[in-house]
Write a protein that binds this ligand. Structure first.
Ligand SMILES: C[S@@+](CC[C@H](N)C(=O)[O-])C[C@H]1O[C@@H](n2cnc3c(N)ncnc32)[C@H](O)[C@@H]1O
Length: 267
């Protein structure tokens, strides 16, 4: 099995310097676009005497930010987001909603998504089809230590803890709201599942027999490097939906009609 990933792939991991993270680059491009728009407004006024409207300026800013994103080779989905962001900001401002609403929404998003701008792994839940498939791949004849790295609201851990009462089932989650909700759910269900708040990057994956992740393409190369460095021979790494570029999986179970795959690597 090829245990190495290329430098390029390592670059794609969450270990980029902060100023190279896509979300930070996108914000910087909006700032640069704002400067360009100001220059255009001044130039047009001095050359033609014509004053650009606020809406013109906002649309030009969106177009400039999208063009800069293309130039900097951000992923394609950033282009429409960059274009829509300034008009959306203007539209929200024109609604004249109480500012507390924005603060409230910001705090909720912060609690759920936390450092997604750095990890590039947002929250989206798996489902019982995935949980059943994962349960079917666990070693059956002995107790195991299982961890869901990025356990979200805890659905998988609670499910497995109920099925595998003899084993240790753990979830680790960075974002405070999903982690707190998992703890509350576990307490209400009297579940033996354990939830840790923290970064799986700081864990020793050698402590586990099965490691499961439902992360994102950006996180997979670094996860593979970490798994190779730490996981013991005979243990199992599972990933829902996201493969490891350039590394063949031994398990490739198609779980849904739209082709979502549960991948597995015997370490
Ligand atoms: C796609 S969700 C999957 C949730 C859950 N495993 C499930 O199957 O429903 C990924 C989760 O990983 C968390 N996460 C991302 N990077 C992390 C890290 N380095 N350490 C711990 N959790 C992380 C995110 O906050 C998010 O809740």
């Amino acid at each position: 099995m090829d245990r190495s990933v290329s430098e390029d792939n390592a670059e794609l991991s969450g270990r980029k310097p902060w100023f190279r993270l896509p979300a930070v680059q996108a914000l910087l491009m909006q700032c640069v676009a704002l400067l360009i728009v100001l220059l255009i407004i001044v130039a047009v006024f001095f050359v033609t005497g014509f004053k650009l409207s606020f809406i013109d300026a906002v649309l030009i800013q969106g177009a400039c930010a999208a063009a800069l994103s293309r130039w900097r080779q951000l992923a394609s989905w950033w282009l429409p987001m960059q274009f829509i962001f300034p008009p959306a900001l203007l539209a929200a401002w024109m609604l004249h909603l109480p500012s507390g609403i924005y603060l409230f929404a910001f705090l909720i998003f912060l609690a759920v998504y936390w450092t997604t701008f750095r990890t590039q792994v947002p929250f989206y839940p798996s489902n019982p089809v995935v949980w059943t498939a994962v349960a079917g791949l666990l070693p059956q004849s002995r107790t195991i230590r299982f961890i869901d790295i990025g356990s979200g609201f805890g659905g998988l851990v609670l499910h497995l803890a109920r099925l595998r009462g003899e084993s240790k089932v753990i979830g680790i989650e960075l974002a405070p709201l999903p982690w707190a909700a998992s703890r509350v759910r576990a307490a209400f269900r009297r579940s033996a599942g354990t939830f840790i708040r923290g970064d799986y990057d700081h864990l020793d994956l050698g402590d586990f027999d099965v490691v499961f992740g439902y992360l994102s393409p950006a996180a997979m190369p670094a996860l593979w490097n970490k798994a190779c460095a730490e996981m013991r021979p005979g243990t199992l790494l599972l990933s829902y939906e996201f493969a490891i570029p350039g590394v063949q999986s031994q398990i490739t179970n198609i779980l849904t009609p739209n082709g979502a795959i549960l991948y597995g690597w015997n370490m």
